[in-house]
Design a binder for this molecule. Structure first.
Ligand code: NAD
Ligand code: MLT
Length: 528
């Protein structure tokens, strides 16, 4: 029975979706201390969090069975993605369930900022009636710069257009056509921040966006600019912002997210009447919480059922059609990986994988991940999967190249591997016969034809009388039955290859005996 651990509050409907999975138990434990979390995670198969739980490397290390972490929301900066990926743990999120909530919160913040609504409200509640003090500005005719024109930035821009604002958008992925269709002026960062009356940030927090608006950038803005951050704490440098508010360079700021949450009691941003602070409420609507909880719960159920899922953060997603098309090729690619691991011997330094014909259909890199899963999984059984296969290659210093060709050299579909190790190089090609599944059809340049399955013995030897008989005798002496055989050569008396399928594992002592037979150049036992 799988255990799904939920450590932040998510909507009850999401919990019901998780509970619909018969073969799982749902364990909801919120507000855990780190030692409590480390204990609870130890036997969990899935973890569901919002933004409160920090999934550190230590948490991931303590999780002995964890397959998937689900984030009920967009940002995954509370999850150590690198550590999760290294351990082969899938990370999924709910990317669009709270887009409208966050866009509306941003708008609420902008209007509140323009019209001093929170400050006027505070005043009134303390018995004052200050009509003169809280004169605001209109949005109409003002320039709003949106930094990050993704899902939320785009929704904010659309709403600003309805308020008759001029909207400038800065995003490396914003095309001129997209900008035009939204009625947005595509701008550089400097153009956007220098022209704006209001600036709102909607990027993820990354190395590039950390302190994207720092003291130097704040100084280049129009005096009296107003700033909004409903994305992530740290995109605007909070201390620089406090200085700019103090000097009047920034007329007001509305901030929902902070470099450190909860916000410290003595944080400098707490002192300003022209600053609006909300405690990370961007996604806090009934609708958004329902949406993200259901979305992430449905994805967790799919992952645990081994169905197709959509929103993996550390793995490309496949449609059900792509998955159905790829399934037999995945089997072939993995077997070629396992075959290569035993053929290669020595540390692999580079591999070039050529997908040809029907095997060359775009696959989001899955076939290469699967080949690498076979290659490294042989050495590290049970540890390598689609999620971490590329990491294993990177850590091993293996250069991986993919080539796609519209047609195979001989067959309608081919996957060819050129592997270089510090002990030499090998080449092998596999294909998929519709009637008999994955087959190996070329080995080190020699044409052969054998199913890629079972226990195989591969030799390279000199083509001379008696070679096959001598190997057959050595195997027979150990009661190892030969079930199939393929030989290949280019010319009589030259170098040849032999691939035998046998009924039992071949011990290393038999391999050693074969290796010293006169005329044997190389011998490998390969188990698939
Ligand atoms: P998204 O991925 O759809 O959009 C992010 C955009 O930022 C992308 O278009 C990307 O190209 C752009 N971007 C990335 N790096 C950039 C850079 N250096 N300069 C300019 N643009 C850059 O994400 P989204 O769903 O729109 O979410 C945006 C942000 O809002 C995220 O940080 C998310 O975590 C946050 N968020 C906060 C709340 C909240 O409660 N306050 C709720 C939802 C989302
Ligand atoms: C998000 O990234 O989705 C938001 O921060 C919302 C949240 O989970 O609180």
């Amino acid at each position: 029975m799988a255990k799904i651990l939920v450590t932040d509050d998510i909507s009850a409907t999401g919990i019901e979706v998780l509970e619909s999975l018969d073969e799982a138990t749902v364990d909801v434990q919120t507000n855990l201390s780190e030692p409590e979390l480390l204990r609870a995670i130890a036997d969990a198969d899935a973890l569901v969090v919002r933004s409160q739980t920090t999934v550190t490397e230590a948490v991931i290390e303590a999780a002995k069975k964890l397959k998937v972490i689900g984030r009920a929301g967009v940002g995954v900066d509370n999850i150590d993605l690198e550590a999760a990926t290294r351990r082969g743990i899938l990370v999924i999120n709910a990317p669009d369930g709270n887009t409208i909530a966050a866009a509306e919160h941003t708008f609420a913040m902008m209007i509140s900022l323009a019209r001093h609504i929170p400050a006027a409200n505070r005043d009134l509640l303390t018995g004052k009636w200050n009509r003169k003090q809280w004169v605001g500005v209109e949005l109409r005719g003002k320039t709003l710069s949106v930094l990050g024109m993704g899902r939320i930035g785009t929704e904010v821009a659309k709403r600003a257009k309805a308020f008759e604002m001029t909207v400038m958008g800065y995003d490396p992925f914003l095309t001129e056509e997209r900008a035009q269709s939204l009625g947005v002026i595509k701008a550089t960062l400097d153009e956007a921040i220098q022209a704006a009356d209001f600036i709102t940030v909607h990027t993820p927090l990354t190395k590039e966006t950390h302190h994207m608006l720092d003291a130097a950038k704040l100084a280049t803005m129009k005096r009296g600019v107003r700033l909004i951050n409903c994305a992530r704490g740290g995109i605007i440098d909070e201390l620089a912002l406090a200085d700019a508010l103090q000097s009047g360079q920034v007329a007001g700021a509305a901030i929902d997210v902070f470099e450190k949450e909860p916000l410290a009691d003595d944080h400098p941003l707490r002192q300003f009447t022209n600053v609006i602070l909300t405690p990370h409420l961007g996604a806090s609507t009934i609708e958004a919480q329902e949406n993200v909880a259901i979305q992430v719960a449905e994805e967790i159920v799919k992952v645990l059922r081994d169905d197709t899922f959509e929103h993996a953060v550390n793995l490309p997603s496949l449609s059900p059609q792509q998955k159905a098309h790829l399934a037999p090729y995945l089997e072939l690619a993995e077997k070629l990986g396992v075959f290569s691991a035993q053929l290669g011997q020595g540390a692999p330094s580079s591999v070039s994988i050529t997908y040809a014909g029907d095997a060359a259909t775009p696959d989001g890199g899955y076939l290469t991940r699967t080949f690498l899963k076979g290659l490294f999984g042989f050495q590290y059984p049970g540890e390598v999967n689609y999620v971490n296969a590329l990491q294993y290659a990177e850590e091993a210093g293996l250069r991986v190249q993919e080539v796609r060709e519209s047609r195979g050299r001989v067959y309608t579909n081919e996957i060819s591997i050129s592997l270089q190790t510090d002990a030499g190089s090998h080449h092998l090609t596999g294909t998929l016969y519709s009637e008999s599944g994955p087959r190996i059809v070329e080995l080190d340049g020699y044409p052969i034809d054998m199913p890629v399955e079972g226990i195989l013995l591969f030799t390279r030897h000199m083509d001379k009388p008696g070679m096959i008989g001598r190997i057959g005798t050595l195997l027979g002496n150990q009661s190892i039955n030969i079930a199939g055989m393929q030989v290949g050569r280019r010319e009589s008396g030259g170098e040849a290859v032999m691939l035998l399928m046998v009924d039992r594992s071949i011990s290393s002592s038999v391999i050693d005996e074969i290796a010293v037979v006169d005329g044997i150049l190389m011998v490998r036992a390969i188990e698939l």
